[in-house]
Design a protein around this ligand. Structure first.
Ligand code: F6R
Length: 237
């Protein structure tokens, strides 16, 4: 695992944006695995700015998002489809039919769909404070594929800031599995902010085990952990 520690969250966002921009420049038919949440938001903004400034072409790009809530309106303010639309897709010329989300209806064949498109070239990931990747909460099997999952209470509490109340936060989601993620050819794990200090310390120090889903990433052959100084206080990369 390559570890890159940069000063600020903006530096991490610039790194992530550049990696995605170059991935698509080098292979216009790239298959991207995308995350939602606060971590990638600024990187997506920078990708949009670069797109407008440099006339990039994303018309052959295919995207697979990591997860989607169950029980929220697809077009409503809280769905991950709406997040992606606002954060990235409304600006880039990625055809709508190339943008995939794991849903109850396609969960069983989402992994086949990824395979059919040649597999994910570059997977962007964040990590939850409990060590989840996508919505693979602690004790998710390492061999899991895309499926319906139950959200951990800590995840629901943390994500309640986007909803009117904790009661509104869905209890279930559809998530790519841990094996689905590990099949990606390359992974960038982006981690920023003080709230991630402890999980990163655990990630680096604890043995690989299903109680700490993120720990499996240490065995991926092509993974970069990109981290800011706040989150990486305990590491000396
Ligand atoms: C989002 C996702 C989640 C987040 C994680 C960190 O699609 O899969 O695993 O990456 O919860 O979220 P933030 O970036 O909001 O701290």
């Amino acid at each position: 695992m390559k570890i890159i520690k940069l000063k600020t969250q903006l530096d991490v966002s610039k790194y992530v944006a550049n990696e995605i921009i170059h991935q698509v420049k080098n292979n216009p038919k790239s298959v991207l695995g995308l995350a939602t949440g606060s971590t990638p938001h600024q990187a997506y903004q920078l990708i949009k700015e670069d797109y407008k400034l440099n006339n990039r072409d994303y018309s052959q790009v295919v995207t697979f998002n990591l997860d989607e809530y169950i029980g929220v309106d697809f077009d409503g303010p809280n769905s991950y489809q709406t997040y992606m639309k606002n954060a990235l897709f409304d600006t880039l010329n990625i055809p709508k039919e190339n943008q995939f989300f794991p849903l109850v209806d396609n969960a069983d064949h989402y992994d086949d769909l990824i395979k059919k498109h040649g597999g994910i070239d570059l997977q962007l990931l964040g990590v939850g404070i409990n060590g989840h990747i996508a919505f693979n909460e602690p004790l998710s099997p390492f061999n899991s594929l895309t499926r319906i999952v139950e959200l951990a209470e800590s995840t629901r509490i943390r994500n309640s800031k986007y909803f009117n109340s904790i009661e509104e936060v869905p209890t279930h989601a559809v998530s790519m599995g841990i094996a689905s993620i590990m099949h990606a050819k390359r992974i960038i794990l982006a981690v920023t902010g003080k709230s991630k200090q402890l999980i990163i310390k655990r990630f680096l120090e604890e043995p690989i085990n299903e109680a700490l889903p993120v720990s499996i990433l240490k065995t991926h052959p092509n993974i970069t952990l990109i981290i800011d100084e706040e989150a990486g206080e305990y590491i000396s990369a």
